[in-house]
Design a protein around this ligand. Structure first.
Ligand SMILES: C[S@@+](CC[C@H](N)C(=O)[O-])C[C@H]1O[C@@H](n2cnc3c(N)ncnc32)[C@H](O)[C@@H]1O
Length: 217
């Protein structure tokens, strides 16, 4: 169906909501593997795994997979499944981060971890998007889609208060055991380093290197 758009891994539905407002002519469907997160998303929504979509072959005009493919264990399988449900003249839009995204946060983490361990520079922070970066995505998507256009969306976040940065770092708590350093102590040390940096320079800048990939056959 040309006017159907499916947002796979729609999360809290911010893009479903936005599309609903901007394009009331489209039939939107939000899908996510986590039932809880769908609670506040305006329907229709359904629980579904990106590697097993409850949609007929060629049944959707456009599919979105925004900042979600790096969470899927079988990324190539999910790309094949997205390709299956998108109509021949349809569109897949994917977003992810560059491998160099928010490098300042990686640097801050390694400095803090090094201070906690007393080793100079500590082990790297885990990167959720490393499995499917902007750089790796194009060839992978190219296996299913003949034309893949990568559009970089760079930006800079300037903070004058450590707390939003610390809250972002602390949101990785679910993966705390994958960091070879005490998680809470590293967060506390990062807060101090950041507060000192802001006191000295007036602000802390984070370079965001995200982007989207527009895929057609
Ligand atoms: C980082 S959030 C992105 C949410 C939204 N697309 C956005 O850009 O704001 C990743 C989402 O993908 C979902 N997800 C992870 N693995 C999935 C899978 N195999 N199938 C469907 N959704 C999945 C998660 O539950 C989460 O809501």
């Amino acid at each position: 169906m040309r006017g159907r758009v499916v947002d796979v891994g729609c999360g809290n539905g911010k893009f479903v909501q936005r599309l609903r407002e901007d394009r009331p002519d489209l039939a939107l469907l939000g899908l996510d593997i986590a039932p809880g997160i769908l609670a506040g998303v305006p329907g229709p929504v359904a629980v579904a795994d990106a590697t097993r979509l409850p949609l007929a072959t060629g049944s959707t005009g456009a599919a979105l997979a925004l900042h979600m493919l790096y969470h899927v264990p079988d990324i190539a399988g999910a790309v094949r499944e997205l390709s299956r449900v998108v109509a021949r003249d349809g569109l897949l839009i994917v977003s992810t981060n560059s491998g160099r995204d928010k490098a300042e946060l990686d640097d801050l983490w390694q400095r803090a971890a090094g201070d906690v361990l007393g080793t100079g520079r500590g082990p790297a922070r885990i990167s959720l998007s490393a499995r499917f970066t902007l750089e790796k995505a194009a060839p992978l998507l190219g296996e299913e889609f003949g034309r893949v256009e990568t559009i970089g969306l760079p930006g800079t976040v300037t903070v004058r208060d450590p707390e939003p940065v610390i809250a972002h770092m602390a949101s990785y708590r679910a993966w705390a055991d994958q960091h070879d350093v005490p998680f809470d102590a590293t967060i506390e040390r990062a807060r101090t380093i950041l507060a000192d940096h802001i006191a000295q320079h007036g602000a802390f800048e984070v370079t965001c290197r995200g982007g989207i990939l527009v895929c057609r056959r």
